[in-house]
Ligand binder design. Sequence first.
Ligand SMILES: [Zn+2]
Length: 126
Amino acid sequence: MRDGGLRCPGCGAVRPLTERFCEECALPLVHERAPALERAASARRRAARKVDPRYAEGEPVKVLGARNQAEAELIQGLLLEEGIPSMLRTASSSFLPFGHSDVYVPAAALQAAREALLRAPGRDAG
Ligand SMILES: [Zn+2]
């Protein structure tokens, strides 16, 4: 991944960090931050389009508990690859100081979610 590059706001040419002005337009170069944010936004839009409407019906049901937020988000991403929307509910128990999160999916997606998680690498049963 390229980061920290400079871009000309006039012609869009990408310049190395050592330069301060575009040699074509003489405009001051800007950091390539805005396009990165746009890419992130379009990734979110793609994620929204990925949801399979068949999986978006029914009451939320718990599909599994994640040990922490990071694992929960990993699982959400994995489910989304299968078109399954999901949400997190964080248990508020004083016995669980590490933000234990339960992953919920719509009832219509429960079976597919379980199968997707069984196929997922890196999770041992139990
Ligand atoms: Zn330029």
